[in-house]
Design a protein around this ligand. Structure first.
Ligand SMILES: *[C@@H]1O[C@H](CO)[C@@H](O)[C@H](O)[C@H]1NC(C)=O
Ligand SMILES: *[C@@H]1O[C@H](CO)[C@@H](O)[C@H](O)[C@H]1NC(C)=O
Ligand SMILES: *[C@@H]1O[C@H](CO)[C@@H](O)[C@H](O)[C@H]1NC(C)=O
Ligand SMILES: *[C@@H]1O[C@H](CO)[C@@H](O)[C@H](O)[C@H]1NC(C)=O
Length: 388
């Protein structure tokens, strides 16, 4: 008995620290005490921005967790919600949402349909958001300046609790998940040569905005790359008699995934360069593509049904009835309601993921095993991290 106790203590000590090896050095990183989370992105992480600003999504969205539509394109929570949970923060209120919002520990500037690049108005009719990354960063700046003003001016403790302490800014975590709509609307239809130029241009705009955030006080960044767009079930539903090689070994549209991979490769190169430039920042690049592709390819092993199944909505070669809408399929009037068991389906509406899939993906990425550097999200504030 007396001999066992120290062993247990030593083991507890070893497992309670995250140990990262940097050459010969082993660095023990304590968890970061983030003051807040500020998120930027598209519908993959929009928790109510677009719903407040333009058209809210109706039922059955939100049914699994919130029991009502909750400004999210899913039956329940998104990856950013699981990240907030993991870091002990409340779910983020959309910056544009004036009802019931609280920003004491973060804010969400993401809006569904958002792009990195400035948009051409003719894209709006395709669902592209009027709040591209540049505008989201402007919103952040207004948020930061005005909340600091009110935080200092007000004597009202209730109001103060709903605003971030301006002194905590450098200890906030900045999460970004954007690029899928640039690939979808601007890039994937171009020729390969044009794609390369467009990607360099779009990634450079992404990097410029990260730089602007840095100039405005951001220090810790957690940047998701873009997912396998060629695996989206709506894309898959349109494939008819594919030529050999059009689909990859699991049935995803290869050309489209290749564009996403090209984007990701460029993003990683530029983030590594930016790390050398912004020496006081921490920049973690997260391979979201790998996480999503792994889930989709191993659907059955991971407790999900067919990888291209859609929980809510009907999509085929010549019809699309989007989740929550009525329409005609094969000569029959249908209502696109929810499936019986959303927790067994990866895709909520053909484009967005279910809560069950989002939970799986969040668990896959948060421990840092798909990150560069390989640091968990709870430790992403540390500067003494291995570079690449
Ligand atoms: C927007 O796109 C449309 C269609 O591609 C094009 O005709 C128009 O010139 C573009 N407008 C601007 C301001 O770029
Ligand atoms: C990094 O932060 C330190 C301490 O605040 C400061 O003295 C230094 O000038 C900063 N370096 C850069 C490149 O901003
Ligand atoms: C519509 O018809 C096509 C072709 O017969 C079939 O593959 C598809 O499953 C049908 N869709 C629905 C929702 O029944
Ligand atoms: C991270 O979590 C995933 C999913 O739970 C697991 O497969 C992987 O082995 C973990 N990696 C590390 C380094 O802990």
């Amino acid at each position: 008995m007396t001999m066992e106790l120290p062993v247990v203590l030593v083991l507890w000590f070893v497992f309670s620290l995250t140990v990262i090896t940097n050459g010969d050095e082993t660095i023990d990183l304590p968890p970061c005490d983030y003051s807040a989370i500020y998120n930027f992105g598209d519908s993959n992480s929009d928790t109510g921005g677009l719903a407040a600003a333009l058209y809210p999504e109706g039922p059955p969205s939100g049914e699994t967790y919130f029991k009502m539509p909750a400004g999210r394109a899913s039956d329940g929570r998104l990856i950013i919600d699981f990240i907030a949970d993991n870091l002990g923060k409340p779910y983020l209120s959309g910056y544009l949402d004036s009802i019931g919002s609280s920003y004491g520990q973060g804010a969400n500037f993401a809006t569904g349909g958002a792009t990195i690049q400035r948009v051409n108005e003719s894209w709006f009719q395709n669902g592209v958001s009027p709040f591209p990354l540049e505008i989201q960063v402007e919103h952040y700046t207004q948020f930061k300046d005005r909340s600091a003003y009110f935080y200092k001016e007000t004597k009202d403790e209730c109001l103060r609790k709903r605003l971030p302490n301006p002194d905590g800014l450098s200890k906030a975590l900045f999460t970004l998940d954007i690029g899928q709509n640039d690939v979808a609307f601007g890039i994937r239809s171009l020729s390969l040569e044009q794609q390369k130029t467009a990607i360099i241009n779009v990634v450079s705009q992404f990097i410029s905005q990260i730089r602007v955030l840095y100039e405005r006080g951001a220090r810790a960044f957690w940047v998701h790359n873009t997912g396998p767009i060629g695996c989206l079930p709506v894309t898959h539903a349109k494939v008819k008699d594919p030529l050999p090689g059009y689909l990859d070994e699991i049935g995803c549209v290869k050309d489209q995934n290749d564009v996403a991979l090209l984007f990701n490769q460029q993003l990683k190169v530029e983030i590594v360069k930016l790390r050398a430039e912004l020496t006081n920042a921490t920049l973690v690049y997260v391979d979201m593509y790998a996480a999503k592709y792994e889930l989709i390819s191993q659907a059955k092993n991971q407790g999900f049904e067919d990888r291209f199944e859609i929980c809510c909505g009907y999509h085929g070669i010549d019809y699309d009835v989007w989740c929550g809408n009525k329409g005609n399929v094969n000569g029959t009037e249908v209502y696109a309601g929810s499936c019986a068991n959303p927790s067994a389906v990866i895709s909520w509406d053909g484009v967005h993921y279910t809560e069950a899939a989002n939970r799986w993906i969040a668990n896959r990425i948060m421990n840092g095993s798909l990150s560069d550097p390989m640091v968990p999200i709870s430790r992403a504030c540390h500067k003494q991290m291995p570079v690449s």
